[in-house]
Design a protein around this ligand. Structure first.
Ligand code: SRM
Ligand code: SF4
Length: 573
C-alpha cells in the first residue's frame, strides 16, 4: 500500500497522472492511481453508502460521487466567496455546505461531470482546493476570533503566507482544472523545492494560536504555533511538534498524541523554521508504512532531542527554549461581540458545521440573505462554527431579525458543551466510517443537554466530540468526553481530556450502544457534581481523582507527553 502510494506520487508527473484523460473520457469514477492523485487536487472519490445495499440488490454498481474541499487559510472568506459555495451546493452538489474543523468548506455529492466546473469556480472566486487533501501541507489554521487588533491580523496573514509557501509548484492542477491559468503563487515548473517528486510521506497540518485563545486546538497539529504577543505584536512563537489524532483499533503501533515543545523562534524566522520542520519530515518520515508515516511517529521513534537537532541544523540562527506560553479553552465566542470601533461580530453556532435548513434553524437560507444584504466577512472556526464580522453596530438589529425569522436559536439556550462540540462527517459519504456520527450527534447532545441541566452544570466548560471511526477527525482524544465509532451503532467512550485541549482522554468503555451513551456517563457527571472542589473543572476533577500517577504528573504542564498506555493499547486488551 505504502509502496504503491509512493510510486504513484513519483510517477505522477507533477500530480497529473491520467486525471485529465479520464475526465475527457467521461468516466463516472477514477481508477486507483487517479483517485489517489485527485486528493492532492482537493477531492475524494466517494459513493453514497446509504444506497449501497439497494443498488447491489438491483445489480447496480456504486453511486459514485465526489467530495470537494476548499482550502481556506485561517478560515477567512468574503460574502461573495461564501455565496459562490452556496450556489454550487445547489447546482453541483447535495444542497448543503459542510464547514470543516480545519476551517475549510466541503461540498458533497458532486458528480464526476461537474468536478471541473466546481474546482474551476472555487478558484475563480479567489480560493483553491489545491493541497486541501493529499500528502502535503494541508489548510493552515489560525485563531478564528475576528478581532482587528494587530496580533490577530498578523496571525491571519501568516496563515496565508504559510499556505503560499507550501503550495505544490506543479502546474498540473492549473492545466487540468483551470485551462492552464496560472495561480498567482505559482512559478515556472521546476523540481518542487519543498516536496521534490515524492511529496511528503503523509498529510501535514499546521495551526496558529493567539493566547489566550486555543480554538485551533494547537497541540493536535503536526506543528502548532503559539504566538508570543508583546504589546499586541507577535514577536515570536512557541512551537509544538508531533500532534495528531488518528489511530487504528487493534494496531498498537498507532496512537493519538499531543504536540511536544520544540523551541521558541522569533517572528521573522517562522517561515524558515517551518520549512526546516517540513523538510525534516520529508527526509526522515517513514515511507514504508503509511500507518507510521505521520510526524508524531518520527518523533516517537527518534526522540524529540534528535528531531530538535535535525531541525536546528537546517536553520541559520539559534532557536531559544520554548517559553510555555499558557493558553485558554478550545471555545468560540458565540453571539454578539464588539470587534473594533463601530463594528461588531456575531459567532453563529452551526450544528456540526453542516449548513442546511434543518429543525435547528434555516441556517442556509439565513446566511444567504445575510451575505446578500449585509456582505459581512466570514471566518470558519475550528469548531466548525461561523463568525460574521465587519458588521456596523447599526446593522445588528436587522441581522438578529433575519436569524429569528429563520428560526435560528440564540446559542445561549444550549449548554456551553454543545456550543463547541463537534461530530465528524461520517456516514453516508465517508468511506472509512464504522458508525454514524454527524447524523446522530445532535440527538446525543439533546440528551446530554437535559442531563447537564438537571445536574446544574449547563454552563460548565466541557469539550464533547464524536468520530465515526478511530481516525479521529473530530479531534476526540483530547476532549473531556468522546464517542468513537467501533461498529454499526456502537461506540467506545473516552473520558478525561480537557476543554483546554492539553490533556489526553483515556478509554472508559470499550463498546456502548448509541442510545446508552449518555446514561453511561451519567454516574461520572453525578459524582463530579457531588465531589468536585470549588471551581474545579471536570478535567481537573478527573485528573485529580481518576488518572494514574503518571498522567497526574503531567497535569500542571501545558505539554502532555505521549503516554505509553495509548488508547490503542487499551482497546487491544
Ligand atoms: Fe479527517 C480521513 C473528514 C479533519 C484525521 N477525513 C478523512 C476522510 C477524507 C475520509 C477518507 O480518507 O476517505 C473524511 C471525509 C469525510 C467526508 O465524507 O467528508 C475526513 N477530516 C474530515 C473533516 C471534514 C471532519 C469534520 O468533521 O470537519 C475534516 C476536514 C478538515 C479539512 O478541512 O482539511 C477532517 N481529519 C481531520 C482531523 C482534525 C484536524 O485536522 O484538525 C484529523 C485528526 C488530526 C490528524 O490529522 O491527526 C483527521 N482524517 C483523519 C485521518 C487519520 C489520519 C492519521 O494519520 O491518523 C484520516 C484517514 C487517513 O488519512 O488515512 C482522515
Ligand atoms: Fe470518516 Fe472516521 Fe474521519 Fe469520521 S473520523 S470523517 S468516520 S474518517
Amino acid at each position: 500500500m505504502s509502496e504503491k502510494n509512493e510510486r504513484i506520487k513519483k510517477e505522477s508527473i507533477g500530480l497529473r497522472g491520467g486525471i485529465a484523460e479520464a475526465l475527457e473520457a467521461g468516466i463516472d469514477h477514477f481508477e486507483e492511481r487517479e483517485l489517489q492523485l485527485l486528493k492532492f487536487h482537493g477531492s475524494y472519490q466517494q459513493d453514497d453508502r446509504d444506497s449501497r445495499r439497494e443498488r447491489r440488490e438491483a445489480g447496480l454498481g456504486k453511486a459514485w460521487q465526489f467530495m470537494v474541499r476548499s482550502k481556506i487559510p485561517g478560515g477567512l472568506l468574503n460574502s461573495e466567496q461564501y455565496l459562490t459555495h452556496d450556489r454550487m451546493s445547489e447546482e453541483l452538489a447535495n444542497g448543503t455546505l459542510r464547514l470543516t474543523n480545519r476551517q475549510g468548506i466541503q461540498l458533497h455529492g458532486v458528480l464526476s461531470g461537474s468536478l471541473k466546473k466546481c474546482i474551476h469556480t472555487i478558484n475563480a472566486c479567489g480560493l483553491s482546493t489545491y493541497g486541501a487533501c493529499g500528502d502535503i501541507v494541508r489548510n493552515t489554521m489560525a485563531c478564528a476570533v475576528p478581532f482587528d487588533s494587530p496580533s490577530f491580523q498578523e496571525s491571519r496573514a501568516l496563515a496565508k503566507e504559510i499556505s503560499e509557501t507550501f503550495y505544490a509548484r506543479s502546474r498540473g492542477y492549473t492545466e487540468i482544472w483551470l485551462d492552464g491559468e496560472k495561480l498567482p503563487v505559482q512559478e515556472e515548473e521546476v523540481e518542487d523545492p519543498i516536496y521534490g517528486n515524492a511529496y511528503l510521506p503523509r498529510k501535514f497540518k499546521i495551526g496558529i494560536a493567539i493566547p489566550p485563545f486555543n480554538d485551533v486546538d494547537v497541540l493536535t497539529h503536526d506543528t502548532g504555533l503559539v504566538a508570543d504577543v508583546n504589546d499586541d505584536t507577535i514577536v515570536g512563537f512557541d512551537i509544538y511538534v508531533g500532534g495528531g489524532m488518528g489511530m487504528s483499533f487493534g494496531n498498537k503501533q498507532t496512537h493519538p498524541s499531543l504536540g511536544s515543545p520544540l523551541f521558541h523562534v522569533p517572528r521573522n524566522q517562522i517561515i524558515d523554521t517551518l520549512k526546516a520542520i517540513v523538510t525534516t519530515q520529508r527526509d526522515f518520515g517513514r515511507r514504508d508504512d503509511r500507518k507510521q508515516a505521520r510526524l508524531k511517529y518520527l518523533i516517537r521513534d527518534r526522540g524529540i532531542v534528535w528531531f530538535r537537532n535535525q531541525v536546528a541544523s537546517r536553520l541559520e540562527f539559534a532557536p531559544t527554549p520554548h517559553k510555555a506560553i499558557p493558553l485558554g479553552p478550545v471555545d468560540d465566542l458565540l453571539g454578539w461581540h464588539p470587534q473594533s470601533k463601530g463594528l461588531a461580530f456575531y459567532g453563529l453556532w452551526i450544528p456540526d458545521g453542516r449548513i442546511a435548513d434543518t429543525p435547528f434553524g434555516k441556517h442556509k437560507s439565513a446566511l444567504r440573505e445575510i451575505c446578500e444584504t449585509h456582505s459581512p466577512t466570514l471566518t470558519i472556526s475550528p469548531n466548525a462554527n461561523l463568525y460574521l464580522h465587519g458588521i456596523p453596530e447599526s446593522a445588528k438589529p436587522e441581522i438578529d431579525k433575519i436569524l429569528r425569522r429563520h428560526e435560528i436559536p440564540d446559542a445561549s439556550v444550549f449548554s456551553r458543551a454543545r456550543r463547541t462540540s463537534h461530530a465528524c462527517v461520517s456516514l453516508p459519504t465517508c468511506g472509512l466510517a464504522l458508525a454514524e456520527s454527524e447524523r446522530v450527534f445532535q440527538g446525543v447532545m439533546d440528551s446530554l443537554d437535559r442531563l447537564l441541566a438537571v445536574l446544574g452544570i449547563h454552563q460548565e466548560p466541557l469539550l464533547v466530540r464524536m468520530s465515526g471511526c478511530p481516525n479521529g477527525c473530530a479531534r476526540p482524544y483530547n476532549a473531556d468526553i468522546a464517542f468513537i465509532g467501533k461498529g454499526p451503532g456502537k461506540y467506545s467512550v473516552f473520558i478525561g481530556g480537557s476543554h483546554r485541549g492539553n490533556h489526553m482522554a483515556s478509554l472508559w468503555r470499550k463498546s456502548v450502544p448509541l442510545d446508552s451513551l449518555v446514561e453511561e456517563i451519567r454516574p461520572i457527571l453525578e459524582t463530579f457534581v457531588s465531589e468536585r472542589r470549588k471551581d474545579e473543572s471536570f478535567s481537573d476533577y478527573w485528573q485529580r481523582t481518576q488518572e494514574t500517577e503518571r498522567a497526574n504528573a503531567n497535569t500542571d504542564r501545558f505539554h502532555v507527553a505521549i503516554d505509553s498506555q495509548t488508547p490503542a493499547d487499551l482497546l487491544a486488551r
